[in-house]
Write a protein of this length. Sequence first.
Length: 417
Amino acid sequence: MYDLVVVGAGPYGLSIAAHAAAAGLRLRVLGRPMASWRAHMPDGMLLKSEPRSTALSAPADGHTLTDYCAAHDLTAEHGVPLPVSTFAAYGSWFGERAVPQIDKVTVTAVRPDGDGFQVTTDTGEQIAARTVVLALGALPFVNRPWPLLELPPELASHSSDHHDLRRFHGQDVAVIGSGQSALETATLLAEQGARPRLVARADRLRWDCAPPPLERGRLRALRDPHSALGTGWPTWLWSELPGAVRRLPPATRVHLAAHTPGPAGAWWLRERFEPAVPVLLGHRIRAATPLDDGVRLRLTHTDGDCETLDAQHVVAATGFTPDVGRLRLLHPQVRTTLRTVGGSRAPELSAGFESSWPGLFFAGLLTAPSFGPSMRFVHGAAFTAARLLRGVQRRLGDRRRATTIPRPARDSTPAAH
């Protein structure tokens, strides 16, 4: 029986595995390294975060993004965006150096088995584990506007469905959203010869400012401190102190996870976007109807006026919503019993990232309503890996605590079946 099975081989899964391997745990890592970064982001995308905030975490030195770039004659500089493809290659390089073995399989089921779990893969292998961490990334939690749900995939998709946007050359494409994903997807579509139009509920587009220099005067640094994900004291708090965020009231944590930071485009994208992409601001999708050669969107403006927009395809760049009920690989007995945070569908977690089901841990997006917005970014992997490992070690070492089937908290909302 393994001490720990890590399901997922993205930034969080690889970081947790590196720490667990260094600690001497009997470990299995299941997943395809950096798969979502390689296949589910449009080719040509750039990282919005700074290189120093985009490193995976390992106990030993020499595994940062800066280390990778130095070893491959690449430049990683403050204020200079890196291609997503470079980050994906870095993640694979990290896995080869810091994780003993990664089994490139898909996990189809995780079910309780005695005092532990049985994990089943698509090869038919069944793996016994004392503890399991689900580090599945954001893909299981895509958020699509409800009017688009009944459209076939050839008419409507999510931005995470695409790697090669050249298929839309010469087509009218409506892009839904106002965050970085929507703005950059629309820009790349235009640069690939499509005719995109952005449709957003927001009344205006927001753009981040260029980051200030790392070296600044003491007074300015004190007033507006740098953090991994921006400047300013509020940003510093939620990006650097996830443990403190966890102590906030559940409703506050859920709000922070969903709305902080708000949707905004990277400063370096603006000059490419504005001359290339027309926008419809203050509009919501009221209905979507298939046409012979595309789809007709019925839109409602904030002032009550209605209009239509015809396109050959609609791309929803509308983010991801954490919902443990979507994890069909989890046995229903577990999914329907987990305590959740406030009115969300994200699992309530201990300080060591353990859920209310003993031995079951979570990492990544699902942990944002517990630990705050930094869990939506690669930056949160370092905090997660160290704390989660301690939680796993406590679970493995606590032989006195009887494993019982937990019951939902009275003030919690059960996850969907």
